[in-house]
Design a protein around this ligand. Structure first.
Ligand code: EPZ
Length: 422
């Protein structure tokens, strides 16, 4: 297990390229199962989660070729020979559940391991299952797997989600494209990754209205054809690297950055005193001299403040002037970065879903442990501004969602290196 070693204190100046969105790619890849024609994704991120999804699709009989150093995924599901997503793969990545809807819709059967919980919460999939049952799927849960059948195909229906779920919206949306008749998804997730999936499905011949709003209407079609689709830019990576100059001082250009993808987050960053400018090529973020102000944050489904940027924002608040209140409303256990930040001198009080952060003058480098994907990058951000050396261990968490983080940060002036575990 590699570690990342950072000597804090350097200002950051330069440009950081932002990759395609992990969470868009992880739902776009299973869409290949909806057609026997080739589906090609460009601007794909080079991440371990993407390789895991490719492994899962391969285990079903799909072909996934990675071209141009992994930035292009050429997929074909012409010869699906298995409908079973094995536990060994699913346990590595919960997004594997997203093969359920497409397999059911096109092949009428699927056996998918239940993903189980993860560090940040129980993360059940009941809304995925209820949504697919509403379309006529027959589901049987036994020995840790969902055994799903739709012998007569799926039939369009109204699916009203009791709470907003990105994955359930994606699973049911994909299944509905090949269901007979009309499906209406109510209280649907509005994330940009949903819009990107819908754009890709429409390119493949699906008939979808309303993606990006809380009501999505799908007219089922008999079949979908192949397509080539560019993966939308990763708004969470974008937000993460917007925070880099915010914590260290300096100015960073983010080519391709779009403020509409991070509006709530950008508003909070500006309230804290960070300057964000829209440039012809993307976004420019800078922290002039002067302190960062403490601001309050409450996470919410898009277009609210993203839960996936909560840990990173906390890293900035650790050295802000004043006290900030961060409320996590999406997951039940998403403050595991707090004890690690406290090892660096942060003053954080966690009660239930609320973390209160009292800003301190400076953090001090320390050996810390990554626990989940976004917590690990929060520690990297804190280390960039801390006094002295920080060693972040178990960075395999980081590699799931951030490509070449040490290259991107050292290119703008950070003293950061990856050290293979001896
Ligand atoms: C997606 O997870 C993202 N992952 C997560 O990003 C992100 O944090 C999350 O959406 C919220 O934005 C991918 O897209 C691969 P949900 P997902 O279904 O779909 C509860 C990252 O760091 N729920 O919107 O699993 C659930 O427990 C990851 O990149 C049910 O109760 O999230 C949670 O409390 C972490 N039943 C809430 O809903 C269900 O059937 C939102 O979950 C499904 C979800």
């Amino acid at each position: 297990m590699d570690s990342i070693v950072i000597q804090g204190g350097a200002r950051l100046d330069g440009r950081i390229p932002i990759a395609g969105a992990k969470n868009a790619c992880l739902t776009l890849m299973p869409a290949t199962l909806l057609t026997d024609e080739p589906l090609t994704l460009t601007n794909a991120p080079r991440l371990s989660d993407i390789r895991t999804m490719a492994e899962l699709l391969g285990s079903l009989g799909a072909e996934v070729s990675t071209l141009q150093h992994g930035q292009v995924l050429a997929m074909s599901s012409h010869d699906i020979r298995s409908f079973k997503a094995e536990y060994d793969i699913v346990r590595k990545m919960r997004a594997s559940i997203l093969v359920l809807g497409p397999l059911l819709a096109r092949h009428g059967e699927a056996v998918v391991s239940l993903p189980g919980g993860c560090a940040i919460g129980a993360r059940p999939v009941d809304l995925h299952l209820k949504g697919l049952e509403a379309l006529g799927a027959e589901l049987d849960l036994r020995d840790g797997y969902v055994h799903a059948r739709a012998p007569r195909g799926l039939t369009g229906a109204e699916v009203s989600f009791p709470l907003v779920s990105v994955g359930a919206t994606e699973n049911v949306l994909m299944a509905a494209t090949l269901a007979r008749g009309t499906t209406v998804l109510k209280n649907a997730a509005r994330e940009p990754e949903i819009v990107d999936l819908a754009n890709c499905l429409v390119r493949m011949g699906a008939r979808i209205e309303g993606a990006g709003t809380d009501t999505i209407t799908v007219e089922g079609v008999d079949s979908l054809h192949g397509a080539t689709h560019p993966v939308v830019i990763d708004r969470i990576e974008l937000g993460t690297y917007m925070l880099a100059p915010a914590v260290t001082g300096g100015t960073v250009e983010l080519p391709g950055g779009r403020r509409d993808l991070v509006a709530s987050f950008a508003d909070r960053l500006e309230a804290a005193g960070i300057e964000i400018a829209e440039t012809p090529g993307g976004l420019r973020v800078s922290r002039r001299n002067g302190a960062v102000r403490a601001v309050d944050v409450t996470t919410a489904p898009f277009p609210g403040f993203p839960t996936d940027l909560q840990a990173q924002m906390m890293a900035l608040m650790c050295t802000a002037e004043g006290t900030s209140r961060l409320e996590e409303t999406i997951f039940e256990n998403r403050f595991m970065h707090a004890p690690e930040l406290m090892r660096m001198g942060a003053e954080i009080d966690v009660h239930g879903g609320v973390a209160t952060v009292k800003g301190v003058e400076r953090l001090r480098g320390a050996p810390v442990m990554a626990t989940d994907l976004r917590a690990s990058v929060s520690l990297i951000l804190a280390a960039l501004a801390a006094e002295g050396e920080t060693v972040v261990r178990r960075v395999y968490h980081l590699d799931r969602g951030y490509e070449r983080v040490e290259e991107k940060l050292s290119a703008v002036g950070a003293t950061i290196e990856r050290v293979p575990e001896t």
